[in-house]
Design a protein around this ligand. Structure first.
Ligand SMILES: NC(=O)c1ccc[n+]([C@@H]2O[C@H](COP(=O)([O-])OP(=O)(O)OC[C@H]3O[C@@H](n4cnc5c(N)ncnc54)[C@H](OP(=O)(O)O)[C@@H]3O)[C@@H](O)[C@H]2O)c1
Length: 353
């Protein structure tokens, strides 16, 4: 009788999404707990995605569901409008109830962690996000999750004066020391339909006669498209080796070049002028008061100006921001995208916030 090779479901998923690659993925022998049932064929895997109704988590979920996988989400926003309906099982984060958190991860092969907070606010802090993420890693380990695909940031450092980059570095180390199989993805700016930064640059260009850059504006960014990022995350789920990848796109811009390119493409070419960072921060603060948001923080300006959104790595994404902007020139920046609104309104989809 012909002996059939049985592969782990993640290998099947990986191959479906990466037809040109010959990676061996997960042979079933490596992961005994995921063994296929001999008579009924392959058992599909269960994936837990944080924030499946948010931004990156939504695109990761889309791919997994399209590949026939089972998806659960951990979220603060169970009632948020989403395109998946009943197809995604919803669980609260339960950071303060670690047993319940571990129970919601039972039986899952992969955890995709996108959870983080963008800045310190009266409603949330980086310190809390670090604590909660450590609780999440611990719960995943107890629940027997086989692999974690974790979202970090370019150039994290435990010695950084910026809490965002420092907290991300602490979490990377915790994951490496946890002994769990993992992939750490370090994106710069992630652009796409529900993005905030690129959208709000376009929004500003549409409304004001000049665009101010902090200082010389010569610090660099390498934006990656959200779909490329999601492809990378799902591909990494099917690997076994521990890895850290700079998730950057194929184009590098200085901040000044980025503003000029977006302005030209959306039909709002503006003079791009250098302003002192205190002035740029002040202008952002005023826009934030007007829109009810925190438009940009001092730390974000410092991070940008320290070139922390730039790496020397090869691109991991293929979509060019300039081409994507051309395709979305009619809509990009027509409405302001608000981080605070997304945290306060837990029902509307990100596309309208
Ligand atoms: N977006 C970018 O340009 C960018 C750039 C570099 C790195 N990253 C990293 O990519 C990851 C995903 O980012 P994203 O933009 O896709 O995030 P997102 O979908 O808006 O949020 C991801 C998850 O974090 C939760 N969350 C976000 N802010 C929170 C807050 N203030 N308090 C409590 N929970 C909060 C969300 O809650 P809900 O479940 O309620 O939605 C969701 O579960 C993050 O780790 C981020 O650091 C993003």
């Amino acid at each position: 009788m012909e002996k059939r090779q049985i592969y782990h479901p993640l290998t099947v998923l990986y191959r479906a999404l990466n037809p040109n690659e010959t990676a061996s993925g997960f042979p079933v022998s490596n992961l005994v707990t995921c063994m296929a049932e001999p008579r009924r064929g392959l058992r599909m895997a269960t994936h837990v995605v944080t924030g499946a109704f948010g931004y990156t988590g939504k695109y990761i979920t889309e791919r997994l569901l399209a590949a026939g996988q089972t998806v659960r989400t951990l979220t603060n926003s169970p009632d948020r409008a989403n395109p998946f309906g009943e197809r995604v099982a919803v669980h609260p984060f339960n950071f303060d109830k670690p047993d319940e958190l571990a129970a919601s991860l039972e039986g899952a092969e992969v955890l995709y962690n996108t959870y983080w907070v963008r800045f310190n606010h009266r409603l949330f802090t980086h310190a809390e996000a670090v604590r909660n993420t450590l609780t999440l890693f611990e719960a995943a380990k107890r629940a027997g999750v086989l692999r974690i695909v974790h979202t970090s940031i370019t150039n994290p450092s435990e010695g950084s004066p910026l809490e965002y980059f420092r907290g991300k570095a602490v979490l990377e180390r915790a994951l490496r020391e946890s002994g769990m199989s993992h992939a750490i993805l370090r994106p710069t700016v992630i652009f796409g339909k529900e993005d905030i930064l690129v959208n709000n640059i376009a929004w500003t260009l549409r409304r004001f006669p000049v665009f101010g850059v902090f200082g010389a504006g010569n610090y660099r960014l390498q934006p990656i498209h959200v779909e490329d990022f999601a492809d990378l995350a799902v591909a990494q789920a099917g690997r076994t080796e521990d890895t850290t990848i700079d998730a950057i796109g194929p184009e590098t811009f200085t901040y000044r070049e980025l503003a000029m390119a977006i302005g030209a493409i959306i039909g709002c070419p503006r003079p791009v002028v250098s302003v002192p960072k205190w002035f740029g921060y002040g202008a952002g603060w005023v826009i934030g008061k007007w829109t009810g948001d925190v438009t940009i923080t001092r730390d974000e300006i410092e991070g940008l100006m320290a070139d922390l959104l730039y790496t020397g790595s090869p691109p991991a994404g293929k979509t060019h921001l300039t081409e994507w902007t051309r395709e979305h020139a009619d809509t990009l920046g027509k409405r302001y995208a608000s981080e605070v609104a997304r945290r306060v309104d837990r029902r509307s989809g990100y596309g309208s916030l």
